[in-house]
Design a protein around this ligand. Structure first.
Ligand code: F6R
Length: 368
């Protein structure tokens, strides 16, 4: 049942190329049009949307953070991302022109369910991104995009997260198509890039033995930091969450630009810092990230850099480099999170922990 793996989690990590491919299946542009079959909101209703609020918890919240970058970039609609547990209590500004997107792997998370009930009472439209057919959250929503990860058994979300990202990109492209903010050929290009992702994820998985060695070298560490920028920032947060959940270690993710505003004080000799390096591009993201890495290394950090193939600028500042395929920055989370999942899984295993059933955690949290 675990396909020869020691943990369901490890099996699910290795299922990600297929899960991503399945989540893209049937969405192909037919005659240049992107299809989302479970979309029960009319094009006119979508055109009337002037604000999007994404609500989710835990790992699903980090998928929502990535979605904000994609939707705002492709659709030019303002997006807020809010923790489900905080949403209702701040008296959010909602009306019929607000689209609330609820992201939940299980479809049963109580905080998220209460949040969509609140949104619907304010006449907002609710779209669910969910992995569980017929669960409560999609049943109570106006529209659903189902992810096709298959059942996720490991308590820590892995393939659930990757397929949520895919659903978020599809939603963003669909909105761009309906609102006319992107042309068909641009949408088709991103779809092609998405369709190349399963092969890219497989190539990252091929490097698993190297990541396992790295993880085992860090058994005994008390703390690990994760740095990212742009779409790599939620990846850093997700990497840190995986390590907390599985290895019971102090792990924190930061936006690299925030380092100098406080967190750099945490850096001490030998502290492992995992850095998600943005692809080299026309903007300054990549160079800014490198100066952040330089800063922590100058203070004694052991820097582990996740950087694209061919990026040699990081070499002088990296104690260890994990290579990522060359993909656009918005899609990079799909490949960058995978080494972080493998790292957490292996470190926790080496520490003797039960990776599938971490202490104090449940797969679906049905109490508020
Ligand atoms: C992390 C994890 C949790 C869930 C969170 C939301 O590995 O599994 O943080 O992501 O409880 O769950 P869903 O997506 O089912 O609403």
């Amino acid at each position: 049942e675990k396909d020869g793996h020691d943990w369901f989690m490890r099996k699910e990590i290795f299922e990600q190329p297929r899960a991503v491919a399945d989540s893209l299946l049937g969405r192909h542009t037919r005659g240049g049009q992107l299809q989302l079959d479970e979309m029960r909101l009319s094009d006119q209703e979508l055109r009337d949307i002037d604000k999007i609020i994404i609500i989710a918890a835990g790992t699903s919240f980090y998928a929502g953070m990535v979605a904000k970058y994609a939707i705002e970039h492709w659709c030019r609609v303002p997006v807020e991302v809010e923790l489900s547990s905080e949403f209702r209590y701040r008296d959010p500004i909602l009306d019929y022109s607000t689209l609330v997107v609820a992201i939940s792997q299980s479809g049963e998370t109580a905080d998220t369910l209460q949040a969509i009930r609140h949104a619907r009472l304010q006449r907002s439209k609710v779209l669910a991104i969910c992995n569980t057919n017929g669960s409560t959250i999609p049943r109570e929503s106006d529209a659903v995009i189902y992810t096709h990860a298959g059942p996720e058994i490991g308590v820590a979300s892995t393939k659930g997260f990757l397929t949520q990202l895919v659903a978020c990109y599809l939603l963003a492209l669909y909105l761009a198509q309906v609102k006319g903010t992107r042309y068909g050929d641009e949408i088709a290009l991103v779809m092609e890039q998405l369709e190349a992702m399963p092969a890219h994820i497989s190539s990252v998985l091929d490097a698993a033995p190297e990541i396992y060695d790295l993880a085992r070298e860090h058994v005994g560490t008390r703390s690990v930091l994760y740095l990212g920028r742009h779409a790599g920032y939620p990846v850093a947060l997700e990497g840190a969450l995986k390590l907390k959940e599985l290895a019971y270690l102090h792990a924190e993710g930061f936006a690299a630009g925030e380092l100098k505003h406080g967190p750099i004080a945490l850096v001490e000799e030998g502290l492992p810092v995992l850095c998600v390096v943005p692809p080299r591009g026309r903007d300054q993201l990549h160079d800014k990230m490198i100066s952040g890495i330089q800063e922590v290394r100058a203070r004694g950090a052991y820097t582990i850099c996740l950087a694209e193939e061919g990026d040699e600028a990081i070499t002088p500042y990296a104690d260890h480099v994990i290579r990522l395929p060359r993909v656009p920055v918005l899609l990079q989370p799909l490949v960058a999170v995978v080494p972080l999942q493998l790292f957490a899984c292996e470190l926790a295993t080496a520490m003797g922990h039960d990776v599938d059933q971490p202490r104090n955690l449940a797969k679906s949290v049905t109490v508020e």
